[in-house]
Design a protein around this ligand. Sequence first.
Ligand code: FMN
Length: 320
Amino acid sequence: MSGVTNIVFRRLMLRYGADLVFTEMLNDRGVVSGTKRSVEMLYIAEDECNVGVQLFGREPEIMAEAAKIAVSKGAILIDINLGCPIPKVVKKKKGAYLLKEPERVYEIVSAIKKRVSVPVTAKIRKGWYADGEDGMRVVAALRDAGVDAITVHARSVKGGYAEEVDLPFLKQVKEMLDVPVVGNGGVMSVEDAAEMIEAAGCDGVMLARGVLGNPWLVEDIKRFLNGDPSREISKEEFFSVLRGFLHDYIEFKGQEKAFRETKKFISWFIRDLPGASKIRDGINRAGSWAEVWYIIDRYESVINYRFLRGRRKEWKKANS
Ligand SMILES: Cc1cc2nc3c(=O)[nH]c(=O)nc-3n(C[C@H](O)[C@H](O)[C@H](O)COP(=O)(O)O)c2cc1C
């Protein structure tokens, strides 16, 4: 996830049981020319395992060169972005735009597969339009080019987040392919994951907004899949994870950058908790790390904490 899945976030997800994590999407040209931003985003630490690099671009040869560089930096797989809808990307005919160009998708996958020996995967949307026909053509192109797995965000570009996740579409993709199919879209709880796996028969789920500030969702789903009961987490664990995340961020990015970048992460951690909006305002107004730590310490001492993780929604319901 852009602006999210840096090394600090990835480590947290791995600690809570994620089988595979990804870098933020990287511009193929940036990787090839070695821009400062690309180098930073491509950094994979030696102790990090299971990191895939996601690339976006449209020229097969540049994509292949970027993939080769990414593998040399530690990528265990290369994922091609065929789903990003943001205008800056789509205007350049990259990301989700490629859903309209199955032949080019075929060429991109083939070129990358020729250059790297790690698995080459793709993340698609259901399609540009809600009928999913273009999405299906791209799935066929990916299959013919020998893609090693596909993640399907089962909503169309046009429908965006407001559109319901199309589980029958996901099932159709699964039935069409012999390689693993990962479902994505709207998985915010164990129940959502279970429903997706049950309805579509997919081989895994990819979490996105559901894990923002909630690494426990990964553990909950893994426990569910292993037939284990979910685990209550203590207030101490919650605050220790939040503080640890911020300390790691400071260590990795420095005080100043971490100060700017972590405010959104803090609001994700506390969202749906009692008094969250007041705390969020305080954090947003804070002018120093000392103020941020003070607000968190104080919040910990006053919060009436009885819940957590997937139970946040229930907490909200019970208390509204
Ligand atoms: C902040 C943010 C950044 C994202 N960045 C990426 C990205 O870099 N590459 C990608 O394939 N999808 C990206 N996505 C889309 C998600 O991976 C996912 O497909 C989408 O949010 C649907 O899943 P969800 O409903 O579980 O959130 C991003 C989503 C969010 C909210």
